[in-house]
Design a binder for this molecule. Structure first.
Ligand code: AMP
Length: 215
């Protein structure tokens, strides 16, 4: 099972990818998480990525492609994975197709999550993350048991790039660089559309349908 989850920041693809990956026993490969971890560890890639992430811009293709191709070569990715937040540009999509082609493999499905911009902004504004265990909550739609604290006990924080001014830049980058991938994958017959409005369980049902995982 090789799936790509495509959609704007805040659309909820990370939440859905976490659930489905757990259920199916495949890795959830989220480039945003990998880049934040590289920044925290001050690796070469992390140092190159930091200023772009902080400003809400996309990290250069060469940096992201290197990190992802390395990750996809790890043994746990042999049986499949869910890619969340990659590819985000046509150059990245071509690099992924080339790598898979060399291995005689393909993407099974690209699940495209759509939501109006007002709802995206509301979801991002309410997002809180746990710096200790990386759990992600929403203050209204998916609250932790105790306000302000993760269920693991650590104090929750807001992602720096979830600040309103930075979100505007991220949404603009999504429109100009990532939205062309909708057409890219549609042309290749790989795209399935999921309306990302509603509750987490409701959307999870639509995702399985779109990914061809329903009996
Ligand atoms: P995310 O957690 O998916 O919202 O990603 C956070 C930030 O990481 C983005 O705003 C970008 O700066 C960077 N990023 C994540 N994935 C990619 C990607 N595939 N290409 C370029 N930049 C990325």
């Amino acid at each position: 099972m090789r799936l790509v989850f495509l959609g704007a920041p805040g659309v909820g693809k990370g939440t859905q990818a976490t659930r489905l990956a757990q259920e199916r026993g495949v890795p959830h490969i989220a480039t945003g998480d990998m880049l934040r971890s590289a920044v925290a560890r001050a690796t070469q890639g992390g140092i190159a990525a930091k200023s772009h992430i902080d400003a809400g811009r996309l990290v250069p293709d060469s940096v992201v492609i290197g990190i992802v191709l390395e990750r996809l070569s790890e043994p746990d990715a042999a049986a499949g994975y869910i890619l969340d937040g990659f590819p985000r540009t046509v150059v990245q999509a071509d690099a992924l197709a080339e790598m898979l082609g060399q291995r005689g493999a393909t993407i099974d499905r690209v699940v495209y999550f759509s939501l109006d911009e007002e709802a995206l902004v509301e979801r991002i504004a309410g997002r809180r993350v746990c710096p200790a265990c990386q759990a992600v909550y929403h203050m209204t739609h998916y609250p932790s048991r105790r306000a302000g604290f993760c269920d693991c006990g650590a104090a929750l924080a807001q992602r720096k790039d979830d600040a309103p001014e930075t979100v505007k830049v991220r949404l603009a980058a999504y429109r100009s660089e990532t939205m062309p991938l909708i057409q890219y994958y549609e042309t290749r017959g790989l795209l399935s559309h999921v309306e990302a409005r509603g509750g987490i369980d409701e959307i999870a049902g639509r995702v399985k349908q779109a990914a061809g995982l329903c009996p």
